[in-house]
Design a protein around this ligand. Structure first.
Ligand code: IMP
Ligand code: MG
Length: 178
């Protein structure tokens, strides 16, 4: 694999497509075991998770549903912190087992805010499947239940993840070159 350029930056090969696929198959098998008979609802968070969500869902053998949402952040009126709201979440979540599908947990801010909104809709359970986590960057109390790969605190692209809009279609993962 060759180094690639997106906009002004160079990225080096990091995790190849075969390794990614094998890991996702293993995650799907684990989820099959954990959710047999439960008919969970998967909620993919756009845009970054679309490839991971598709591949994970394709490998599941249990009965399951999937839906996609976008998270929009806006300034709250009474506080300085941003409020995150879900666009496109129309399902009734009460009494559903929900599995969030995210591309990467970096600081954990995005998911931490979204979890509050999700809990208000009274699902039976909530778990998180994240393709990547950056444990050393984490600033919020978010724990993923299914993790593709734990990576160091370096910027990565490919397999759905972008640098300023580019790189999502690259089938492998690339890491920012120093
Ligand atoms: P958090 O709220 O800090 O956890 O940020 C999560 C979001 O930041 C992800 O859903 C990505 O959209 C973006 N992000 C964080 N790290 C990376 C990276 O290394 N590459 C591409 N996007 C990233
Ligand atoms: Mg994202």
């Amino acid at each position: 694999m060759q180094t690639i350029q997106l906009h002004d930056k160079h990225f080096a090969p990091y995790i190849d497509a075969t390794t990614i696929e094998a890991r996702i198959i293993a995650l799907a098998q684990q989820i099959d075991l954990d959710y047999a008979q439960e008919r969970p609802l998967f909620i993919g968070i756009l845009n970054g998770s679309f490839l991971f969500a598709a591949d994970l869902f394709r490998h599941l053998k249990i009965e399951a549903e999937i839906s996609f949402i976008k998270l929009a952040s806006y300034k709250g009126t009474s506080s300085t912190c941003n409020v995150i709201t879900a666009i496109g979440l129309e399902e009734d979540l009460s009494n559903r087992h929900v599995v969030i599908i995210e591309d990467i947990i970096d600081t954990g801010k995005t998911l931490h805010s979204f979890m509050q909104e999700l809990k208000n809709r009274s699902p039976k359970s909530i778990k998180i499947a994240s393709f990547l986590t950056k444990p050393s960057a984490l600033q919020y109390p978010i724990v993923a239940d299914y993790i593709g790969f734990e990576i160091p605190n370096k910027f990565v692209v490919g397999y759905g993840l972008d640098y300023d809009g580019l790189g999502r279609n690259i089938p492998a993962l690339y890491q920012l070159s120093e």
